[in-house]
Design a protein around this ligand. Structure first.
Ligand code: PBG
Length: 328
């Protein structure tokens, strides 16, 4: 048999060092942002495992500080904080209270680890009794413009507590502009906005809503989060947020939306973040716990895939677990 010239891709896959040399995508510790849930409680030792997020817990501020410290030893540089207030009300006042749970947690984290990059999620749904991301009118609809003022107040109170990056996740129209103006007015023009620009109405947020107790009491979020079937609309959302002053963009969830990550990467020159959400984490953990997938392999492949699609950074509940694997 005579073989003609053909492509020998295997030449570059022959040895580990050679494969390292030609690798196109690399997961770095600084790419990862770990999500944490912090609870307003008088018990400094409070720690309640979240059953649908194996390995993650609701933590008191003190437990959070200890856990972040351990993760920083392994190389963690950034964390995003979600709060569970002591009580909820229709206007979500816990979100913008100066002694709110996120504000207290951020203050403690920054005084303990000044170099840690603390990201705060700005939204009302964890703080409203009805579980929606904005104020509700008489017809049960989420009101856009009156909500903006509360989101802006929340962002300013987070910045005052020491947050390094503000990440609005509510999907109200105009919130990036409202937050930018409020931050600038309060002397926080140096604080960047990482906008959840393309956030889908996804069923993959299920475990988060268990963890944060934020399932809407009625209806759903499809009136403000995006339809999973749409992609061109994501370009409009991203362009709008950038025109209002967003410094970075988030696509959320990540794995079912890698085409959206790639599209944004190709169209916008700002740092791009993908959020590997609670349901993506739960799905992988479940398969790993059953012995159906190899844990380390599946986790690293999922994160590498998200980076390869074009994300510069990844918000993931796997950050703590992955960090020790990344030091060569
Ligand atoms: C707040 C918020 C949510 C998530 C992040 N910020 C919940 C939601 O929109 O319902 C979900 C994150 C996850 O599933 O890990 N609005």
């Amino acid at each position: 048999m005579v073989f003609g010239e053909f492509h020998r891709g295997r030449r570059l896959r022959r040895t580990p060092f050679l494969r390292d040399m030609v690798r196109e995508t690399e997961l770095r510790p600084d790419d990862l942002i770990q999500g944490y849930f912090v609870v307003d409680t008088a018990d400094p030792n409070f720690e309640r495992p979240i059953s649908s997020l194996p390995g993650q817990s609701q933590l008191s501020v003190e437990r959070l500080v200890a856990r972040v410290g351990a993760a920083m030893e392994a190389g963690l540089r950034s964390a995003i904080i979600f709060g569970l207030p002591e009580k909820k009300d229709p206007v979500g006042s816990g979100a913008y209270a100066d002694d709110g749970i996120v504000q207290k947690a951020v203050m403690r984290l920054k005084e303990t680890y000044p170099e840690l990059v603390v990201v705060t999620d700005v939204c009302l749904c964890e703080y409203t009794s009805h579980g929606h991301c904005g104020l509700i009118d008489g017809r049960g609809e989420v009101q856009n413009d009156p909500t903006l003022e509360l989101l802006a107040k929340t962002a300013v109170s987070h910045a005052r507590a020491g947050a390094d990056i503000i990440a609005p996740s509510d999907m109200m129209d105009g919130r990036v502009g409202a937050i930018r103006m409020a931050l600038d007015d309060a002397d926080f023009s140096h604080i960047p906005i990482m906008s959840y620009a393309v956030k889908y109405a996804s069923c993959f947020y299920g475990p988060f809503r268990d963890a944060a107790d934020s399932t809407p009491a009625f209806g759903d979020r499809r009136g403000y989060q995006m339809d999973p079937a749409n992609v061109r609309e994501g370009l409009r959302e991203a362009a709008a947020d950038l025109s209002e002053g967003a410094d970075m963009l988030i696509v959320k969830p990540a794995m079912p939306y890698l085409d959206v990550v790639r599209l944004l990467r190709d169209n916008f020159d700002v740092p791009l973040v993908a959020y590997q959400v609670s349901g993506e984490y739960a799905m992988l953990q479940a398969a790993i716990a059953n012995g159906w997938l190899d844990g380390k392999g599946a986790i690293l492949e999922s994160l590498t895939g998200i980076k390869r699609a074009g994300a510069d950074m990844i918000i993931t509940y796997f950050a703590e677990q992955v960090l020790p694997w990344l030091s060569k």
